[in-house]
Design a protein around this ligand. Structure first.
Ligand SMILES: [Zn+2]
Length: 426
């Protein structure tokens, strides 16, 4: 259970982000309504608004992210192998056994030792990735102290939630020798549902302040769009994301009656009214199209496959190296670094599949949002600004492997096609 996965759960879709935004949407001449409007020419005109220097910078940031995927994978793999090979994992288990005889507590204690050890060993890469690099590209607003404070809070959240999940999973493995992998996926799914349910109310406030949005100039058009689309929303929320980042974003979070749309303060401060409406329409798309429920179903299938992979691969590895590592079996908490290693291989290989699932949701929400807000230019503006930290026009294979949202080029083209088809309607 990595921090990344945990926090991916907190915000189902963080959608729009950028650095600087004009107060009003400017529509380039080729994208303005005319009898010979061409979606392709309009899209190119929007792309031409991006200064070459900004393009080079955001391409570098985004492509650096491809390599980070690989370095994260390899670095974590080395840490896992190290913990196993020097029998550090076995030593942590022995310590937990000396402290208590109660099995679930042994698992919980082992988890505390494990997460502290992996956090310390992973610290250099975490600082580079989450702090230095973000500052280098002017995306971060925190100084080192508050950043460390947030890291510490994440550690505590993972400590508590991870301990609960692992105690349940190891209990299953010990009791159900043949079917643990099926029940493991079910328990993980239930855990995910609960975390999704409590996240907006109990987890997000640990890091940020969320308040209902009060300015009627902003809320009235949004609530009107909600009513027009059959969404029973009475409130829209805002979060003080500028505490950590300059990125603009919005998300739908929660589950059942904790589900809510939240706009971050960067978007509210710098987005044009058209842009805010287009972004909110996109978020409403996630809501109306039940993406949270579909994602939970998809997660169940993926975790079932993941647990099946673990069942096979753990057995294979332990038969070969279990003794050398002093790991007694799959019910022994000391197996955890191996689980992390094999789990990360599974997720690494699945990267394009997971990205494609998310990207498909995002494309659906895009189309819904353009139709609901009727703001193709506001939408194009949001995509342009997002291009300040995402590569705007990738190749098709690149998009398929690495993009969890449609590329900026594709998003603007979608908006301009909509505009072209709607020129003569009202
Ligand atoms: Zn989205």
């Amino acid at each position: 259970m990595s921090l990344k996965l945990l926090f991916a759960l907190l915000a189902t879709s963080s959608c729009f982000a950028q650095q600087q935004m004009p107060a009003v949407t400017t529509v380039p001449p080729a994208a303005q309504a005319s009898p010979n409007f061409s979606p392709e020419a309009a899209t190119e005109a929007y792309l031409a608004q991006i200064p070459a220097q900004s393009k080079a910078r955001s391409d570098a940031y985004f492509q650096g992210g491809y390599w980070l995927l690989l370095w994260d994978f390899l670095y974590a793999g080395v840490i896992s192998l190290l913990l196993l090979q020097v029998r550090c994992s076995a030593a942590m288990r022995n310590l937990a056994e000396r402290i208590t005889r109660f099995k679930p507590l042994q698992t919980g204690l082992y988890w505390v030792e494990y997460i502290v050890a992996t956090t310390v060993l992973g610290f250099p890469l975490a600082v580079y990735e989450g702090y230095s690099r973000e500052h280098q590209y002017e995306l971060a607003t925190q100084t080192f102290g508050p950043w460390m404070g947030d890291q510490f809070k994440s550690l505590l959240v993972s400590l508590v939630l991870g301990a609960v999940l692992l105690m349940a999973l190891f209990g299953l493995v010990r009791r159900l020798e043949r079917t643990w992998w099926i029940w493991g996926a079910v328990v993980t799914e239930v855990f995910l549902i609960v975390v999704t349910l409590i996240a907006p109310v109990y987890l997000v406030p640990i890091f940020n302040t969320v308040t209902p949005l009060k300015d009627p100039k902003v809320t009235e058009p949004i609530l009107s769009m909600a009513r027009a689309n059959g969404i029973p929303a009475r409130e829209v929320y805002q979060v003080d994301a500028s505490k950590q980042t300059t990125r603009i974003s919005a998300n739908v979070s929660g589950f059942a009656n904790t589900m809510r749309i939240t706009l971050n303060d960067n978007l509210l401060r710098r987005g044009s009214p058209e842009e805010i409406l287009a972004v909110t329409g996109h978020e409403m798309g996630h809501y109306v199209l039940n993406h949270i429920y579909k994602d939970l179903e998809f997660f169940l299938i993926v975790s079932m496959l993941g647990f099946a992979w673990l069942r096979w691969s753990l057995k294979w590895c332990l038969a070969r190296w279990g003794q050398r590592w002093n790991v007694r079996g799959i019910g022994d908490p000391a197996v955890l670094p191996l689980v992390a290693l094999l789990g990360s291989i599974f997720l690494f290989v699945l990267t394009p599949v997971l990205n494609t699932q998310t990207r498909t949701d995002e494309h659906e929400a895009d189309m819904y949002g353009i139709n609901a807000s009727r703001q193709p230019d506001g939408f194009a503006q949001a995509a342009i600004h997002l291009g300040e930290y995402r590569k705007m026009k990738p190749g098709p294979v690149e998009e398929w492997i690495f993009f969890d949202h449609p590329s900026g080029y594709q998003r603007i083209l979608d908006a301009m096609r909509w505009k072209g088809e709607n020129l003569n309607r009202n």
